[in-house]
Design a protein around this ligand. Sequence first.
Ligand SMILES: [Zn+2]
Length: 160
Amino acid sequence: MTAEEFTAGYCERSGITRAEFFAGKVVLPCACAEEGCNGWARVSDDQQDVALHMGMRAPQDITGPALFIPLKTKFYREFERGDKTTEFRPYGPRWNERTCAIGRPVVLSMGYGKGQRLRGVVAAFSASVEPSKSDAWRSCYGDEPQSVACIRIALFDQQP
Ligand SMILES: [Zn+2]
């Protein structure tokens, strides 16, 4: 079962919309082997809950082509510390629901070098114009408001 199938099934059974499903929640891969577990879990979007799940219940051997995200040192460190959990990129052919499919493995890289890496998965995705109004975004991409891919990333091996 894919994360999308899990999400669609959950929404249908519970009679909620996708937006309601993801309000304050993320979807994480799950290998808990409990009855009824189908490989995915809806977890509170809370740093401690996510770190615990990724450390104890997520399968560590997720395969498939990883989404490679190079980061400036400052932002890489923020992810590493858990201060930053969502990456913002211009929405389009490169960054969208398909390329950032929930459950897809992610590699965060400090710059383009082969040095420091963090591994994780896409845990939620949304597109919004709102982040393009922030100072940080405008200093990087300019003043024109645009659709932004908001990629929530859950990392393995993060201290809760
Ligand atoms: Zn499970």
